[in-house]
Structures are given as structure tokens and as C-alpha cells.
Ligand binder design. Structure first.
Ligand code: ZN
Length: 288
């Protein structure tokens, strides 16, 4: 099955009151495990690629070629979208060119008028090519690829203006944070989330920083219109912990335990288990 736009899967998720996970990939193992989890759970899936991860994997064309070929060779028949995460204006254009099926343009660090103008342009280019688009209003806390947000809460009026451009999904800060959540985190701002959903007439909303938000808050966010949840840090922590256990047990020094296919196996299987758990939590199982 070729890569698909995320539009249809998110409209269905919004109507069905569940969320599709965006799982960020870093390499072959990440991609393979997320795809296998989606296939096993019969869940639609969005593979997220940050500009930094794209660079790490040697470029967007490599990413498109690897993901497309893997979907084919693994016989994946659930809907898979390949999505640029927090794209710059230039990065968005490069990924459109390279063959991504979905684009996030994050203009939240520009003055609003400039974010609006650039978002409008990217949305027009994407829709002409049948790609889905996500835009962001109000920065999201924490750090992603060196971009630090203030954790501000989005202005619902600005959300409405961007939503009216015809964007397919909207990311808006509601107290969510990238990376690990601090102990003194005050939780999601459901009042603002409800206002944003109301003023945007039911636009599918995106919750960034989905690693470590308590299950009850995830469920409530979904009930208030969140249809896509981004997960990155949680998979990294799971991978690192399983790899640490393997090495600390001295298994890399036993037999051919140093073989990367063995060394990376526990971390890889930890990724798959975590993705399955999160798809279950988000309600996207059997929705492909
Ligand atoms: Zn994000």
C-alpha cells in the first residue's frame, strides 16, 4: 500500500472519538517496529520525522525510500502516513519534493502574520498534491531539535484563523511539553482545549509531547477533539532501558551477543511493545 495522506484517518478518528499515534522514527529499527506494531494491531499509523532525524538518516529521500520499501517488503496493508514533524518553511518544501505524504509546518516562532502567510502557502502547495498538513499556533513547551518553546497556551482566536485556511490538523499549546514532564507540571489546560475545538468547528487537534501524559488526561483530551498524539521521547526511553539491561547483564560479551542484530533486539522489541500499548490507549486498534 502506498503512503497515504493523514487526512482521512484523522477525520475518522475525530468522528470515532479515538486518536491516531504519530510515532517518531530515527532509523531502520524504529521504522520496522512501529510498522509491525501497526500491522499487528490493525491500526492506522503516522510515522513522524523531525528535521534532525531526517538529517541523521542522510536525508529526506532516504527516509521516503526506506519507509516505502519497508511498507512493501513487510506487506503492511494498514494506512501509513509519512509526516514531517515541526518542519521549517524550507524543510516543508524539501519534504514535499522528496515524497512525504504529510507535512507539519511549524511557524509558531514567527510573528502571527508571518506564520499565517507561510502556513497559507504551504497548505496550498500540499493540497494541490493531496498531502495532509498540520500547522502550529502558540509554541509547545520543552525542546525539540534545539527549538525551545515557552510552554505558552495558544490563543483560540489565532487557532480559528489558521483553521479557516483549511489546515487538516492543528497543533496548539495547551500546557503540553516535549520531552520528559517535570514533577511540578500542572497538567493539560482542558478549558483552552475545549475553546479551541469549539472555535475551530471540530478541526482534528494534535497533542504534541504525548510521552508521559497520564492516561486519564489523554482520554479527556481525545474526548475534547484531539485526534493525533505525538510520541517520541517515550520510545527512546524504552529503547535505552532495554539496551542498558542487555549490556549490564554482559550479554554483548557472551557468544555473538555483540552482533548488532542481537544487541539491538531487546530495544527494538521494547519499542514494538510500547507502540502497541499506546495504540491501545489511544483507541486506534482495529481502526485501519
Ligand atoms: Zn512537537
Amino acid at each position: 500500500m502506498p503512503l497515504v495522506s493523514a487526512k482521512e484517518m484523522l477525520v475518522k478518528a475525530h468522528e470515532g472519538h479515538y486518536a491516531v499515534g504519530q510515532f517518531n522514527i530515527n532509523n531502520l529499527e524504529w521504522t520496522k517496529e512501529v510498522l509491525l506494531a501497526a500491522q499487528e494491531m490493525k491500526s492506522p499509523v503516522i510515522l513522524g520525522v523531525s528535521e534532525g532525524a531526517g538529517k541523521y538518516m542522510t536525508g529526506y529521500k532516504t527516509v521516503v525510500a526506506m519507509v516505502s520499501a519497508m511498507v512493501d517488503s513487510l506487506g503492511i496493508d494498514v494506512p501509513v502516513a509519512l509526516h514531517l514533524d515541526h518542519g521549517s518553511y524550507e524543510g516543508a518544501k524539501a519534504c514535499i519534493e522528496a515524497g512525504f505524504s504529510s507535512i507539519m509546518f511549524d511557524g509558531s516562532h514567527y510573528p502571527f502574520a508571518e506564520n499565517l502567510a507561510k502556513s497559507k502557502e504551504i497548505i496550498e502547495i500540499c493540497h494541490a498534491k493531496n498531502l495532509s498538513v498540520e500547522c502550529e499556533v502558540g509554541s509547545i513547551g520543552g525542546e525539540e531539535d534545539g527549538v525551545i518553546g515557552n510552554g505558552e497556551v495558544a490563543d483560540p482566536k489565532e487557532c480559528q484563523i489558521i483553521a479557516d485556511l483549511g489546515v487538516d490538523m492543528l497543533a496548539a499549546g495547551i500546557g503540553n511539553i516535549h520531552g520528559k514532564y517535570p514533577a511540578n507540571w500542572t497538567g493539560l489546560n482542558f478549558e483552552v482545549l475545549a475553546q479551541i475545538q469549539d472555535i475551530t468547528n471540530g478541526k482534528p487537534l494534535v497533542l504534541h509531547g504525548g510521552s508521559g501524559i497520564p492516561a486519564d488526561q489523554i482520554a479527556k483530551a481525545i474526548s475534547l477533539g484531539v485526534s493525533k498524539i505525538n510520541v517520541n521521547t517515550e520510545l527512546q526511553l524504552e529503547f535505552a532501558a532495554a539496551t542498558r539491561t542487555y549490556v549490564e547483564a554482559g550479554k554483548d560479551k557472551t557468544g555473538k551477543g555483540y552482533d548488532p542484530r542481537k544487541l539491538l533486539a531487546p530495544g527494538s522489541s521494547a519499542i514494538r511493545s510500547k507502540v502497541i500499548a499506546m495504540m491501545t490507549e489511544f483507541g486506534s486498534v482495529n481502526k485501519a
